[in-house]
Design a protein around this ligand. Structure first.
Ligand SMILES: *Cc1c(COP(=O)(O)O)cnc(C)c1O
Length: 355
């Protein structure tokens, strides 16, 4: 299997995880649809190994710069990390993180499995103060949906110095903009569902690490927990990953073009953008109902949750009861897609005319 370690990410996304350069080999991996394998080889059982997984794992591994395991969803990957924590462990986590992660942490607290110290990750001093005695810092930056940026390097260095493990959800930034393992994190997590696969048609998650003992524990947890991805979804994710760098480049260019236009629009009161990536949030001059009217008025941008696909999506985040109460009711989160930016802007203008 081609692993492309050390290559430019724009090359690795295309070249990694392909069959070896041997006469007669396929250019692409087949979809390995097998629950079991002839005894005596390296592949044994479908919950343990799968050659299509290995292709996606080596490609994401080349992008994140670490050994990678894939899971049936991003949440399955996050659950696998938390499952390794001894009972009573303290986790430091963002009070404005991905809502699924916050709900999972709250349920683990309710079961008396762990304790959580909730912090605002952009307030460095607060995070540093929460670290002593904790087992894991679970970092998200930029935050969702306010798109605030944490001082990631400082936080990771302080956590390592205090003997606190660091896991980082890299879904929003993606390995093109941020490589958590190079910054010293123990684990880089991705919801592959989003930018890496890029077509809003599958769910997969990944964990990358350079700690081989940790990888072995995670792999055992995956075998026994059973949250494995299907070979077909894995193959689609690998196909999507081939164009991830060019999709990301386009989404980012589009977001940067929309930024000044939105900022100058009389019905937009505030725009949140971290300076990179394809995610934008903006507050409208109006209440929650007005923001809902904007989201339902579009004819190009799809009114739906999720992000990172070729198609633009938007939603009012507070329509979800699980969303953090510190997020304004009139905030719309926009996942900027790869369409012509002139068409996206026209759709935004027409939708804002609904209020
Ligand atoms: C979507 C998302 C997840 C969860 O991933 P799924 O693939 O939906 O399970 C985790 N973190 C972030 C930041 C996400 O956007």
């Amino acid at each position: 299997m081609e692993n492309s370690e050390g290559r430019d990410p724009r090359t690795a996304a295309i070249a990694a995880g392909r069959p070896d350069f041997l006469a007669g080999n396929g250019v692409n991996l087949p979809i390995d649809l097998n629950a079991t394998f002839h005894a005596g080889g390296t592949n044994t059982y479908g919950r343990y190994e799968n050659s299509t997984w290995q292709g996606l794992e080596s490609a994401i591994g080349a992008l994140e710069g670490g050994e990678t395991l894939i899971y049936s969803s991003g949440m399955a990957a996050i659950s696998a990390v938390f499952a390794l924590l001894p009972v009573g462990s303290v986790v430091v986590a963002s009070n404005q993180g991905y809502s699924g992660t916050m709900m999972l942490l709250k349920s683990l607290v309710a079961q008396e499995r762990i304790e959580v110290r909730w912090v605002s990750v952009s307030k460095t001093a607060d995070v540093l103060a929460a670290l002593p005695g904790s087992a894991l810092l679970w970092l998200e930056s930029p935050t969702n949906p306010m798109l605030e940026v944490a001082e990631v390097k400082t936080l990771i260095a302080a956590a390592k110095a205090a003997n606190v493990g660091v896991g980082m959800d890299n879904t929003f930034a993606t390995p093109i903009n941020q490589r958590p393992l190079e910054l010293g994190a123990d684990i880089a997590m991705n919801s592959v569902t989003k930018y890496l696969s890029g077509h809003s048609d599958i769910l997969i998650g990944s964990l990358s690490t350079n700690d081989l003992a940790l990888k072995a524990r995670l792999e055992e947890q995956r075998r026994l927990g059973g949250a494995i991805p299907g070979p077909f979804e894995t193959w689609l994710a690998l196909r999507g990953l081939r164009t991830f760098p060019i999709r990301m480049e386009r989404a980012q260019l589009n977001a940067k073009e929309l930024l000044p236009l939105l900022t100058a629009h009389p019905k937009v009161s505030k725009v949140h953008y971290p300076g990179f990536g394809g995610m934008l949030s903006f507050e409208i001059s109006g209440d929650a109902a007005a923001a809902d009217r904007v989201c339902t008025a579009s004819t190009l941008i799809i009114h739906a949750t999720s992000l990172g696909g070729v198609e633009s999506l938007w939603e009012r985040r507070r329509r979800w009861p699980s969303e953090s109460e510190s997020v304004p009711e009139n905030l719309i989160r926009l996942s900027v897609g790869c369409e012509a930016v002139s068409d996206i802007w026209l759709d935004i203008q027409n939708s804002l005319a609904a209020i």
